[in-house]
Ligand binder design. Structure first.
Ligand code: B12
Length: 213
C-alpha cells in the first residue's frame, strides 16, 4: 500500500495544494487512521515548515501555501470526525487572540471538541478583547479556549483573563489556553484553568471542566 502519511506530509511541506485532496481522499478510502493523517501527516509537516522558515529556507508566502494545503486536506477529514456524540457535553467558545492570525491549531481543537460532543462557537482570529467579552456575556459558555502562536501575542491571554475578572464573568467560565509558545507554567502565571499541548489535551481538559464531582 502507498505510504499515504509520507505523501501527505510532503504535499503539505511543499504546498502541493492541487494534489492534497486526492491524496487525503485516497488515504481515507484505504482506511488510513484519521488521527494519523492529521498528526503524522499534516501536523508533522507544519513542524518542518516552521523549521524551514526559521532557517530562512522558505518565507511567508510558502508558509501560507502550506497552510492552505493543510486546510484543504483537513476539510475532507472534518466531516468524518464530527457528530460521533449526540448529546451536547457543554459549550466552548474558541478564538485566536488579538494580533494573531494563526488558526490551524484552533480549528483542529474545534474539530476534536465537536467530535467529542461539545458545542463550539468559533470567534475566529485576531479577536479584540471587547468583542470576546461581548460574546461571553451573551452566550455564557462554560469554557473559553484561547490560542496564540506568537510570543508577542501571549500577553493578550493574560489581558483576556483580567478583563473577564473585571466584568464578573470569570467565576463561571473555565479558561484553557494552547498554542506552540505557551505552556502550563505560563497558564498558571496568568491564572488560566488549564493548558493543552494538543487536541487530546484540549478534549480531556474540556471534559474535566464539565464533569460533575
Ligand atoms: C502556518 C504558519 C503561518 C501561516 C498561518 C496560516 C493560518 N491560517 O494559520 C501564516 C503564513 C499566515 C503565518 C504568519 C506569520 N507567522 Co507563522 N507559522 C506558521 C507555522 C509554520 C505553522 C503553524 C501551524 O499551523 N501549526 C500546526 C498546528 C496544528 O499546530 P498549533 O497551532 O501549535 O496547534 C496545536 C497545539 O498548539 C494545540 N493548540 C493550539 N491552540 C490551542 C488552543 C487551546 C485552548 C488548546 C487547549 C490547545 C491548542 O493544539 C493544536 C493541535 O495539536 C508555524 C511554525 C510552527 N511549527 O508552529 C509558524 C510560526 C508560528 N509563525 C511565526 C511567525 C514569526 C509568523 C509571522 C510574524 C511571519 C511574518 N514575518 O509575517 C506571521 C504573523 C502573522 C500574525 N499576525 O499572526 C513564528 C512565531 C515565532 C514566535 N516565537 O513568535 C513560527 C513559530 C515560525 C518560526 N519557526 O519562526 N504563519
Amino acid at each position: 500500500m502507498k505510504d499515504y502519511l509520507a505523501a501527505i506530509k510532503e504535499a503539505v511541506i511543499f504546498g502541493k495544494h492541487k494534489e492534497i485532496e486526492d491524496l487525503v481522499g485516497r488515504a481515507i478510502e484505504e482506511n488510513v487512521d484519521l488521527e494519523a493523517i492529521i498528526n503524522n501527516g499534516m501536523i508533522a509537516a507544519m513542524d518542518v515548515v516552521g523549521e524551514m522558515f526559521t532557517e530562512s529556507r522558505i518565507f511567508v508566502p510558502e508558509m501560507l501555501v502550506s497552510a492552505m494545503t493543510m486546510k484543504k486536506g483537513l476539510n475532507l477529514v472534518k466531516p468524518l470526525l464530527k457528530g460521533k456524540e449526540r448529546r451536547s457535553k457543554g459549550t466552548v467558545m474558541m478564538c485566536t487572540v488579538r494580533g494573531d492570525i494563526h488558526d490551524i491549531g484552533k480549528n483542529l481543537v474545534i474539530m476534536m471538541l465537536e467530535g467529542a460532543g461539545f458545542d463550539v462557537i468559533d470567534l475566529g482570529v485576531d479577536l479584540d478583547v471587547e468583542k470576546l467579552i461581548d460574546q461571553a456575556e451573551r452566550v455564557r459558555p462554560q469554557i473559553l479556549g484561547l490560542s496564540a502562536l506568537l510570543t508577542t501575542t501571549m500577553p493578550e491571554m493574560k489581558k483576556v483573563i483580567e478583563v473577564l475578572k473585571e466584568k464578573g464573568l470569570r467565576a463561571k467560565l473555565k479558561v484553557m489556553i494552547g498554542g506552540a509558545p505557551v505552556d502550563s507554567v505560563f497558564a498558571k502565571e496568568i491564572g488560566a484553568d488549564g493548558y493543552g499541548k494538543d487536541t487530546s489535551d484540549a478534549v480531556q481538559l474540556a471534559r474535566s471542566f464539565v464533569s460533575k464531582p
